[in-house]
Design a protein around this ligand. Structure first.
Ligand SMILES: Nc1ncnc2c1ncn2[C@@H]1O[C@H](COP(=O)(O)OP(=O)(O)OP(=O)(O)O)[C@@H](O)[C@H]1O
Ligand SMILES: [Mg+2]
Length: 134
């Protein structure tokens, strides 16, 4: 199964987000398939009327829809740590963008706002995660 994000090409904000997401997933390739979705395809539809990003479908539930066990919380902190160690901020850490699998593994989705980070920004993002896990 796959997940497809389709946005109208005449909306510059959406286009920027989806293009940024495709680029960041490439840059975070080492984390793909485990901590973040695997990028399958980025391109256009209907003669360029829409932008398309296809990733693998993550079979998980948003952390605001499930009981956040200590294992899920710990895995979420690990994944965010991996993203930061790779030099990036996720950029939109909230419960809707954090999926927990039945196994307890955690996948962060939605890299539309991801960007290069700094230690202060990583710390703020770790605080965002604690709020998301409440
Ligand atoms: N690869 C995926 N596999 C499974 N579900 C996904 C995947 N990517 C995103 N989702 C689900 O779809 C929702 C919306 O995706 P995403 O966050 O990337 O889009 P968005 O336009 O930024 O939405 P939002 O405004 O809710 O953040 C996510 O909250 C998540 O629940
Ligand atoms: Mg989102």
């Amino acid at each position: 199964m796959v997940a497809a994000k389709i946005v109208p090409s005449d909306d510059p904000d959406w286009v920027e987000e989806v293009e940024n997401e495709a680029k960041r997933l490439d840059e975070l390739q080492a984390l793909q398939g485990d901590a973040i979705p695997t990028k399958i395809f980025a391109g256009q539809l209907h003669g360029g009327k829409e932008r398309l990003l296809i990733t693998n479908y993550v079979d998980g539930r948003r952390v605001d829809e499930v009981m956040v066990t200590t294992e899920v919380a710990s895995n979420a902190r690990k994944v965010l740590g991996l993203i930061h160690s790779a030099g990036y901020l996720h950029g939109d850490v909230n419960a809707r963008n954090i999926l927990a699998k039945k196994s307890g593994d955690v996948v962060f989705v939605d890299f539309g706002k991801a960007k290069k980070g700094s230690e202060n920004a990583y710390q703020r993002e770790r605080e965002d995660l604690e709020i998301a896990l409440r």
